[in-house]
Design a protein around this ligand. Structure first.
Ligand code: CA
Ligand code: CA
Ligand code: CA
Ligand code: CA
Length: 451
């Protein structure tokens, strides 16, 4: 459904970066997050001996260079020129680091004497910082976030929402003249800002909802004689809970409101823009798909969303969701997405129970669990939403504690919010692969879906 011919700047940048030798910087090219000076993506556990003994924080770690300028990233690291000072361990973004957190570097060590990393500092989360040396994403790669829907007012994802060209007219300039292409402002991405001066849209910083209100016409598509995809005016995602074209988060469950938006922030919040934080794949887009009133959902509804996302251009599906049951349709839909090359990344259950958590239990799901450094023996304690806590005393997910803290909803989010992180990593990989030859067709043809 979505065109694939534009939005290559991120890929081009990545390829330019790949062409440079490790440690080199192209002459005349500003070195920053989008043009990193090193292409080394390896996990940088400690970074070696500090070159300036008087400054124990000055580790020679290439992933300490060229960090994004989003103030919420990495603010606990004392060498981050863009950062402030966090007040506790859980404000660090070490779910994105490829290196050990300053606050656990000297305490959380690998203890297995037979392990490859014995004696090194533990790294929680995963190595997004290393991945960014290769690519920061591509706006033509959409991560479908199947959850409680979207808060359209969230500034971190406003410009990241994938739009459906089949339901949208070409943008107009302020005089009403039609643009020759969807990327009206020429920033190599098709998004809401291409309608910023369009006289039909009543907002200079439009959201996906503004476009839904401006351009919904009651036709499936742009009003031609043939139907499009069976979803009328699906301009910016779909709502399978209320079966309409506005996937706004209107959750009635007190702990679920904002859950879907938080997962979108983690997946693809706009990065290196000097504002807020950034997602794992900060130049990718998100497709908001509301599948239920909360994140414990009807699985047939959830997998209707999987089929929609598969058929409508998503390359990665993220679900931080627990199913009430599983069904033959749900399992077939997961197979359908797999057969069409769509990556599925779903949260497992961190509940210390023996039940199978769907959809994560299906064969083709990438199962995601929370992670945390275990600074065994540490006497240090940290202030948490639940009070003071000694590291290693619990099994909570460090990957999400920052957001749990800000929301005050620790227990629920700690269990579910890890899932968008790895799908975004998958989106980054998809971004790197764009423009390359298609992967071989699966040996087995896609199975027809039986509804
Ligand atoms: Ca644009
Ligand atoms: Ca449609
Ligand atoms: Ca329409
Ligand atoms: Ca940002």
């Amino acid at each position: 459904m979505r065109g694939r011919g534009v939005g290559r700047a991120g890929l081009v940048g990545a390829l330019i970066a790949l062409a440079l030798p490790v440690g080199a910087v192209a002459q005349g090219v500003a070195r920053d997050f989008d043009n990193p000076g090193s292409n080394d993506p390896s996990q940088q556990l400690d970074g070696g001996t500090p070159p300036v003994p008087a400054n124990p924080h000055n580790y020679p770690n290439v992933q300490r260079d060229d960090t994004p300028n989003d103030p919420g990233y990495d603010r606990a690291e004392p060498d981050d020129p863009d950062g402030g000072t966090s007040t506790n361990l859980f404000e660090e973004r070490f779910d994105l680091f490829g290196f050990a957190s300053e606050r656990t570097r000297d305490e959380a060590k690998y203890l297995d004497p037979n392990g490859d990393n014995f004696g090194s500092s533990q790294v929680s989360g995963f190595n997004a910082a290393g991945g960014w040396t290769r690519t920061t994403g591509d706006p033509e790669v959409a991560v479908a976030v199947l959850d409680t829907g979207i808060d359209w007012g969230n500034s971190g994802v406003r410009t990241q929402v994938a739009l459906n060209r089949d339901e949208l007219p070409l943008p107009q300039d302020a005089t009403g003249d039609e643009s020759a292409e969807y990327d009206h402002n020429g920033d190599q991405a098709f998004n809401v800002d291409d309608y910023a001066v369009d006289p039909r849209v009543d907002d200079s910083a439009p959201t996906g909802q503004d476009l839904i209100r401006a351009f919904s016409d009651g036709h499936d598509g742009l009003g031609g004689p043939t139907e499009d995809n069976g979803y009328v005016d699906d301009i910016a995602g779909w709502d399978f809970f209320d079966d309409d074209n506005d996937p706004s988060d209107t959750s009635s469950y007190f702990a679920a409101g904002g859950h879907g938006t938080g997962r979108m922030n983690e997946a693809a919040e706009r990065g290196n823009d000097g504002l807020g934080e950034l997602g794992v794949c900060p130049k990718c887009q998100v497709m908001p798909v509301r599948i239920w009133d909360t994140f414990v959902s009807d699985q047939n509804s959830f997998f209707m969303g999987v089929v929609y996302a598969t058929d409508n251009g998503a390359e990665v599906i993220a679900g931080a969701d627990g199913g009430l049951y599983h069904s033959a349709f749900a399992e077939q839909a997961s197979q359908y997405a797999y057969d069409h090359g769509v990556a599925q990344t779903f949260s497992g259950n961190d509940l210390n129970t023996g039940n199978h958590n769907y959809p994560a239990a299906y064969d083709h799901a990438m199962l995601i669990e929370g992670v945390v450094a275990t600074p065994r023996g540490s006497a240090r304690t940290f202030q948490t939403p639940a009070g003071r806590m000694t590291p290693g005393s619990g099994t909570r997910s460090s990957a999400c504690c920052r957001r749990c803290r800000s929301s005050g909803r620790w227990p629920t989010r700690a269990r579910t919010s890890a899932a968008p992180i790895q799908p975004s990593s998958a989106a980054s990989r998809r971004s790197r692969c764009r423009g390359r030859p298609a992967r071989p067709t699966p040996a087995r043809p896609p199975a027809p879906l039986r509804w």
